[in-house]
Design a protein around this ligand. Structure first.
Ligand code: KIV
Length: 272
């Protein structure tokens, strides 16, 4: 593992330095105080308050329904649990597309009301104006290209993106545009590994992959997926580091049995 320097606080500048020095960036999602505290204590570099909260926290089928107010609620809770990590918050669907003034207002609300450090939004040249306007106001922006779940109804599937030349060409143009617009980093989701490597080498800013192979500057996963809390989601790119759903279900079954058989509480667990 290449760790070049101990960072007491991660900033957008630290991430730039990590890319230059070849230290990989580790990013996970978080949506609440308790998880944020655990992940921050474990020294995660970036915590993403992802709009995947729409799926894993609210139970929606897509990321589209989550609102700006709900994202701010999750972000506020995450920020309270963090000392070291950089907290990035997704601008939700409908809060930035097609209107750069609205995008700016949404980003400012997130920063002011949650105390987060940066925002993320999906798309390439279509959202360039919004990105520039937000950055001009002093708010750092992370881009997101490749599979962009907020456009699921345009593409119709969550399959690997940019397998054809035309889409790959657009991606190559978009990543340069986002870098020029001033993004401090870019998430690349579910694209061929070789294309991801090329894109990563084409820019100076860090590129964080999810399903984009190993030749990028860092990796991101949804924390519920990598902890095995949802065993129905099995994409090729996902590595499960534990099986929390089994651990939780076994623990709850044991608790129920103990309550039903009057095994809990015992003498040591009651007050005199
Ligand atoms: O919302 C999210 O969790 C994301 C990651 C998958 C990158 O955008």
């Amino acid at each position: 593992m290449k760790v070049t320097k101990k960072y007491t606080k991660i900033t957008t500048h630290s991430l730039q330095e990590m890319k230059q020095k070849g230290e990989k960036i580790a990013m996970l999602t978080a949506y609440d105080y308790s998880f944020a505290k655990l992940l921050d204590n474990a020294n995660i570099d970036i915590l993403l308050v992802g709009d995947s909260a729409s799926n894993v926290m609210a139970g929606h089928e897509t990321t589209l329904p989550i609102t700006l107010e709900e994202m701010i609620y999750h972000a506020k809770s995450v920020v309270k649990g963090v000392n070291r990590s950089l907290v990035v918050v997704d601008l939700p669907f409908g809060s930035y597309q097609g209107n750069s003034k609205k995008a700016l207002d949404s980003a400012i609300r997130i920063m002011k009301e949650s105390g987060a450090h940066a925002v993320k939004l999906e798309g390439g040249e279509e959202v360039e104006d919004s990105i520039k306007r937000i950055i001009d106001s002093g708010v750092p922006v992370m881009g997101h290209l490749g599979l962009t779940p907020q456009s699921i109804y345009k593409f119709g599937t969550y399959s690997v993106r940019a397998k054809n030349k035309e889409e790959a060409k657009k991606l190559k143009k978009d990543i340069i545009k986002l870098e020029k617009a001033g993004c401090f980093a870019i998430v690349l989701e579910k694209i061929p590994a070789q294309l991801a490597a090329e894109l990563t080498n084409s820019v100076k800013i860090p590129v964080i992959g999810i399903g984009a192979g190993s030749k990028v500057d860092g990796q991101v996963l949804v924390v519920h997926d990598m902890l095995g809390m949802n065993n129905e989601f099995n994409p090729r790119f996902l590595r499960r580091y534990t099986n929390l759903s089994e651990i939780i279900q076994n623990s709850v079954t044991n608790y129920i049995n103990d309550v039903k058989t009057e095994n809990f509480p015992n003498k040591e667990e009651e007050y005199k």
